[in-house]
Design a protein around this ligand. Structure first.
Ligand code: PEP
Ligand code: MN
Length: 338
């Protein structure tokens, strides 16, 4: 249940509401918005007894949350979630742009690409240190060494780091280096991993499982939120459909649907969503037009020699730079900036 307070509710009235909730052993989560405060009640609301919360001064109304993802749902917070990280904000008016290679291959590679994407206007360098490969014989990433290379790229450019974590016991190590954890499509339902990043203090990009419904995806986010980490960023990266021409089918319905269902920000990854370089720019523009809060893009200066198979979907740095310019008027048209 959520309790919506009146616009003129005083802090004493809000304190009294919280006291009543906590007094019966329930948890109160307060979300202070620009217009009003929303208090989420976690636990069995029958413990509040028969006297309706509406009878307390300062309360405008109560609403039952029928969605199974209580903390992730729209009603739970007064305003959309905005995540402050490395001097930037994700979920605000300005789009967050995260760009870089599929995998970190060398210090030289990651520093070079970081400099190029920074020049074009990105705020984060992405790159896998631990790679979730479909086959066991494919390049699995350079692990801890690659984390250090990402830190070198950050030191050189000031860009924040986005990198994937695959197992609960690597959360601590990856968290010592990264600014944002990425949880990949293959790990969306790795519930121990979701809980472990939920106990960390770093923001988490949660990619949509390749066959996950919106409800399953939001329930995965709920695992993270329920452990106390409020900073979840959803990422649409394409789903499996009958179509084989593209690597995946980028489901841009996700952007308005998630904005309707949840207060969490959503970014789009048109690189994995299409798998084809020549389609990435158009689908990035479509993502911005649809209202995405940010972009996750693969960019490589030498994609033909990339160590993962994702060179074919990586933009060249000059293509990325051109795209960033072309996105500006689209962002403005939908009330955003880039
Ligand atoms: C990636 O970002 O390189 C990646 C492996 O993504 P996904 O989990 O979406 O396949
Ligand atoms: Mn990739």
């Amino acid at each position: 249940m959520v309790i919506v307070t009146k616009p003129d509710a005083t802090s004493a009235q809000i304190d009294a509401i919280v006291k009543r909730i906590e007094g019966v052993g329930l948890e109160a989560q307060i979300s202070t918005g620009e217009q009003r405060t929303v208090i989420g009640v976690i636990g069995d609301k029958t413990l509040l007894g028969d006297i309706p919360m509406e009878s307390m001064s300062g309360v405008e109304k109560t609403m039952a949350i029928t969605a199974p993802y209580k903390l992730a749902c729209r009603q739970f917070r007064a305003d959309p979630t905005v995540i402050a990280v490395n001097g930037t904000k994700i979920g605000g008016r300005k789009l967050a742009v995260m760009a870089g290679p599929c995998a970190v291959e060398s210090t030289e590679q990651i520093v070079t690409i970081a400099q190029q994407v920074k020049k074009a206007g990105a705020e984060f360098i992405r790159g896998g240190a631990f790679k979730p490969r479909t086959g066991p014989y494919s390049f699995q990433g350079f692990g801890e060494e690659a984390l250090k290379m990402l830190v070198a790229a950050k030191q050189e450019t000031g860009l924040g780091i986005v990198t994937e974590v695959m197992t609960p016991n690597e959360v601590e190590l990856v968290g010592e280096h990264t600014d944002i954890f990425q949880l990949g499509t293959r790990n969306m339902t790795n519930f121990y991993l979701l809980r472990e990043v939920g106990r960390s203090k770093k923001p988490v990009i949660l990619k949509r499982g390749m066959s996950a419904t919106f409800e399953e995806w939001l329930l995965a986010a709920e695992y993270i939120l329920s452990e106390g980490n409020p900073d979840v960023i959803l990422c649409e990266r394409g789903i499996r459909t009958f179509e084989t021409h593209t690597r995946n089918t980028l489901d841009l319905n996700a952007v308005p649907v998630i904005h309707h269902l949840s207060h969490l920000p959503i970014v789009v990854d048109p690189s994995h969503g299409t798998g084809i370089r020549g389609l990435v720019s158009d689908m990035t523009k479509a993502s911005v037009a649809a209202g995405a809060d940010g972009l996750l893009l693969e960019v490589h200066h030498d994609p033909d020699n990339s160590m993962t198979g994702d060179g074919a979907q990586s933009l060249f740095p000059d293509q990325f730079q051109k795209l960033m310019q072309e996105l500006k008027p689209i962002a403005i048209a939908v009330g955003r900036e880039i």
